[in-house]
Every structure is written in structure tokens, then in C-alpha cells.
Write a new protein. Structure first.
Length: 398
């Protein structure tokens, strides 16, 4: 992975202000794109979209008829440019139009690795996607998420408008999804570590344990955002989404995909979103798989617990148990999510003892161990993490 990082990381950075260039290729309205690429997702997922397809306009706004990209690498039809803001490593935000261009930075012959977990598996695998653009399936999954949220009456801030298709030398190299979005200001930009460096945090944690004092709060928060409000809003949204069968996957279940707009909470980025059917009378095997997916997504998007664990003398299983104990005792998001999880499971008529057992089994899996490492600061993460200049993570704010 080190070699791949050295190849990919130099391309991750893009300026805060970037230019959009017109290209000569295709633009699809959403219904036409669904008609052409619907088979990229399951039949069950297609039905969800078809029931809400009337929510999308069949015309494309005039200023979006000519596809645009933020790179000159693909053939340029015209050099008239638009000033927009770069988001992360591949997207842009056009504030004048309230538009997000997701995947508008094609880079040929470069792949980006990401982790994914199949339903029923307990180990993550590394998949690869084209850098800087979306695949047809990625676009379909964004459209699916919008239709799913609308059908379940869950708040959704962004709406698909149209799709750009990028072509080079007669070959399709990817797609860009245009979404209407009143803001791209992510909560991660307000994450509050109280001005502490990692070194400061570890030092204070060690002093707390040595002298039996309490200095740090239980978890990081967000400037200007109540922890109680955040945990209440996010846990409620995730429960409604998960128990309706909706899951964002490891890639999209990211703290950086939280949005607060006009005193309301939203999540965004759904290019790995999936919908599964929830049986009326599920087997224990299904409940076990379901619980693991839920916990994985929650861990991936939880604020950091303000603690430090030296794991030098701990085996993998003991380390996971210790980290889980600290996280479950201190994470306000987990506490609310768990309470609502069991309440919803009871409404569904599930055996709560089986649910408790399934959660305990989930905490013994390989994927759980890999993810819980990021929820409580520990020596293992510090030992194995990549240097900042080789990190794949890019903040999404413009």
C-alpha cells in the first residue's frame, strides 16, 4: 500500500479555489441515466428509485448542458471557466448556483483504494475505484439514497440534478454527479479538541489515571454544537436509516459527511449506499449480520473518545474488549443509538437476547477491532499510522 499511497497522495490536494472547464461530452438527466444504468444496482434497489423517479426533472438546466471538469487533462471544448471551491480531492462546490459537482476531477490510469465490508463478512477487503470520478454504480447509489430517504421521509439536504459523462480517446473514464446543495460546510471543520495536540492529549490522560483526576471531557465535540443535540439527531437518523435497510458502507460512514444547516442535522455522500430487505421474522444469522453492519457504520462516524490506552502488552482480543468498554461508557452517540436500537428491535418483535448476543459477537470480529482502534486514542494507532503527508484522508470543507 505504501507504493500506492506515494502514487495517489500527490493528486489528492487541490486548491481551495479552482476552475471548471467545459468538455465536449455528454450530460444526462437523472431519469435517462437510471434507464441506461439501472442494472448497476439490485432489482430491489431499482424498485425504490422507480417509485420516486417523478421527483427528478427531465430537462437539464441550460448552464449544465455542456459538461464541465476541474482538470484540463481531458479534451477541452471551450476554455471559458467558472470559479468554484474545491471539496476534498475530487469534487467542487459552486456557491452561486448552490451546486455540488461530485467527481469532477478525472485523472486517467489512476486508481484509489478503499475498504468495504460485504453483508455477512467479518473482514474488510480493499477495492479500487477510478480516481477523481464516480462509476455508473456510484452515481446510481447516490440516486438510490435520495429516493430511499424520500420514501422513508428522512431529511435529505442534497438532490441529484444531472450527470456528466467524461470520455477520453473514445473511452468512458467516469462520471460526475451534479447535486443541488445549499451548503457544503461540514461539521468536521468545527470538531473541537480544545486546542490540544495528540502529545498534549496523551500527557493529560496519563496524569488523569495517575492522580485519579478528571480534566478532559469524555469525547470530542463541535464548536457551537450541543453534544446532546448532535447525538440525539444523528442516532435518530441512523436508526431510521438502518432499520429501513439503508447502509452507507465504510467509505461513506465518515464523520466528515455530517452537515448542520439551519439548526437541522443531515448526512451526505452516498456513492457506496446499499439497501437490503429486512425480513419480518429474521433468523439469528440475519440479526448477527445486521448488527455488525450497524455497529461498523456507527464506529466509523463517531467522535473520538478522549482517552489513551497503551496496548503494548495487550493481545488483539483483550485490546478490543478494553477499547470497547471505554468507548461504550463514554460515547454519548453510542449510548443513544443503543437505546434506540433496542427500542426499534422490540417494535420489530426481535428477540432482544439474540440482539445482545449478536452485538457481543460483532465486538469479536476482525473488522470491529480495526475500526474501534480509531475511536479511542491508543499506542497501536500511533505506531502504525501513516505520516500526514501520506494520508488518504482529505477534509471536505471548502
Amino acid at each position: 500500500m505504501k507504493l500506492e499511497r506515494e502514487k495517489v497522495v500527490p493528486y489528492l490536494k487541490q486548491g481551495k479555489k479552482i476552475l471548471l472547464y467545459y468538455t465536449e461530452w455528454n450530460a444526462y438527466n437523472i431519469p435517462d441515466f437510471v434507464k441506461k444504468f439501472g442494472n448497476a444496482i439490485s432489482g430491489y434497489e431499482q424498485k425504490i428509485i422507480m417509485k420516486k423517479l417523478n421527483l427528478f426533472r427531465r430537462d437539464i438546466p441550460k448552464f449544465l448542458i455542456k459538461p464541465m471538469a476541474s482538470t484540463e487533462e481531458i479534451k477541452i471544448h471551450a476554455l471559458k471557466s467558472k470559479k468554484v471551491y474545491g471539496i476534498g480531492s475530487r469534487s467542487a462546490y459552486w456557491p452561486k448556483r448552490w451546486l455540488k459537482l461530485k467527481g469532477c476531477r478525472p485523472k486517467q490510469n489512476l486508481l484509489f483504494p478503499y475498504k468495504q465490508l460485504e453483508f455477512g463478512s467479518t473482514k474488510m477487503i480493499t477495492a479500487r475505484i477510478p480516481f477523481g470520478v464516480l462509476s455508473a454504480e456510484n452515481v446510481m447509489r447516490e440516486i438510490l439514497a435520495f429516493c430511499f430517504f424520500k420514501s422513508r421521509k428522512i431529511d435529505m439536504l442534497q438532490k441529484p440534478v444531472c450527470v456528466f459523462e467524461y470520455v477520453s480517446n473514445g473511452k468512458i473514464i467516469g462520471y460526475c454527479l451534479i447535486l443541488s446543495s445549499p451548503t457544503e460546510h461540514r461539521l468536521e471543520s468545527e470538531e473541537d479538541f480544545y486546542g490540544l495536540s495528540i502529545k498534549d492529549l496523551i500527557w493529560i490522560c496519563l496524569l488523569e489515571k495517575k492522580f485519579g483526576i478528571k480534566v478532559l471531557p469524555d469525547e470530542s465535540g463541535f464548536v457551537g454544537i450541543s453534544k446532546k443535540w448532535y447525538s440525539e439527531q444523528k442516532s435518530g437518523l441512523l436508526i431510521r436509516m438502518n432499520f429501513s435497510g439503508g447502509f452507507r458502507g465504510i467509505l461513506n460512514s465518515n464523520l466528515g459527511n455530517d452537515l448542520a444547516y439551519k439548526n437541522r442535522f443531515y448526512i451526505c455522500d452516498f456513492d457506496t449506499f446499499r439497501v437490503i430487505e429486512i425480513p419480518k421474522k429474521p433468523t439469528y444469522d440475519f440479526i448477527k449480520k445486521f448488527c455488525l453492519w450497524c455497529i461498523v457504520e456507527l464506529l466509523k462516524s463517531s467522535p473520538l473518545v478522549m482517552n489513551y490506552i497503551d496496548m503494548k502488552k495487550l493481545g488483539k482480543r483483550d485490546a478490543a474488549t478494553k477499547l470497547w468498554k471505554i468507548y461504550s461508557e463514554k460515547s454519548s452517540l453510542w449510548k443513544l443509538y443503543k437505546r434506540k436500537f433496542f427500542a426499534q428491535a422490540r417494535k420489530f418483535g426481535w428477540n432482544l437476547k439474540e440482539v445482545e448476543k449478536a452485538i457481543n459477537e460483532a465486538a469479536k470480529t476482525d473488522v470491529f477491532y480495526e475500526l474501534i482502534l480509531d475511536n479511542v486514542l491508543n499506542s497501536q494507532v500511533l505506531k502504525t499510522t501513516y505520516k500526514p503527508e501520506l494520508s488518504f484522508y482529505m477534509p471536505h470543507n471548502y
